[in-house]
Design a protein around this ligand. Structure first.
Ligand code: SF4
Length: 277
């Protein structure tokens, strides 16, 4: 089975609902369906058809991706100056397959030509630095925010739960490089995986200049509807004895410890609202 597929999409910007809408965004921009990072906890495949996924996507999550080959052309038609766009709740725009595909340069050029009010890029991919020139240009034309995920400071945790993603140190360096280039870049402690909360938070604060937001792992007991943690993460947690990180009371205590280091730390839509302002 090939890793990279292509299809023509009918539209590229979708009105948002749920978490992302509560944070203040109006639209999502999703360059591809399915994500070759394939994180064990990824919420997206739990959406099923509601995320516009095909059955094969959620059954073989992370094993392939389908790029929207007409994304840039569609964007040129659909962009409006009052939109607040989150890219993306359904895929990492800098997933491994993007390196050869190079979809994002064309997408950023389209956004540059018709800038919306806000563009937030959610990623854990170091590849974002490839597009730094375009991002800097865009930063002059719209309110650009990058939300860069660092769910743990522990190497073995990152290896178990998101084995195709970069190391903790590399992510911190990328956050710092984006910030140094003038781009408002948040270190996003989400989803909070087993970690050393104080150490993680101090490093995140230092790399981002204090811009830190986050969110505990989603669990059904407190999030009745919508996307939640994928089953593969629960299996790892059982084997590695991380069950408490899925317990809302334990998660609250971790968030309180993070707030002791970063008093302005916010989780959930309130935290992500900083990206939408
Ligand atoms: S990078 Fe994001 S979208 Fe991709 S698999 Fe990981 S959590 Fe899911």
């Amino acid at each position: 089975m090939e890793t990279v597929r292509h299809s023509e999409a009918r539209s590229i910007l979708s009105p948002v609902s749920g978490f992302i809408a509560e944070a203040g965004f109006t639209h999502s921009l999703t360059p591809a369906r399915n994500c070759t990072f394939g994180c064990a906890y990824c919420y997206v495949p739990t959406l099923g058809i509601y995320g516009g996924l095909k059955q094969e996507d959620w059954q073989k999550w992370g094993q392939f991706t389908t790029f929207k080959s007409n994304a840039a052309a569609l964007l040129r038609r659909e962009l409006r100056s009052d939109q607040k766009i989150y890219c993306s709740p359904l895929v990492d725009p800098y997933q491994p397959a993007e390196e050869a595909e190079r979809a994002m340069p064309g997408i950023l050029d389209a956004v540059l030509a018709h800038p919306p009010r806000t563009l937030a890029i959610q990623t854990r991919g170091l590849l974002i630095l490839r597009d730094l020139d375009r991002l800097q240009n865009l930063n002059q034309r719209t309110r650009l925010r990058v939300s860069f995920s660092i769910p743990s400071n522990r190497a073995e945790i990152l290896r178990w739960y998101e084995p195709r993603c970069a190391s903790f140190a590399e992510r911190l360096e990328t956050i710092a490089a984006l910030g140094k280039a003038g781009i408002e870049t948040y270190a996003t402690l989400a989803p909070l995986l087993p970690c050393d909360p104080e150490e993680l938070t101090r490093a995140a604060m230092e790399a981002s200049g204090g811009l830190v937001i986050g969110d505990p792992l989603h669990v059904r007991s407190v999030k009745r509807q919508g996307a939640t943690t994928r089953e593969a993460a629960f299996r790892i947690a059982e084997v590695r004895e991380h069950g408490e990180w899925f317990d809302p009371a334990y998660q609250e205590r971790i968030v309180a410890r993070i707030k002791n280091v970063a008093p302005g730390f916010l989780t959930g839509p309130s935290g992500f609202a900083r990206l939408a302002i």
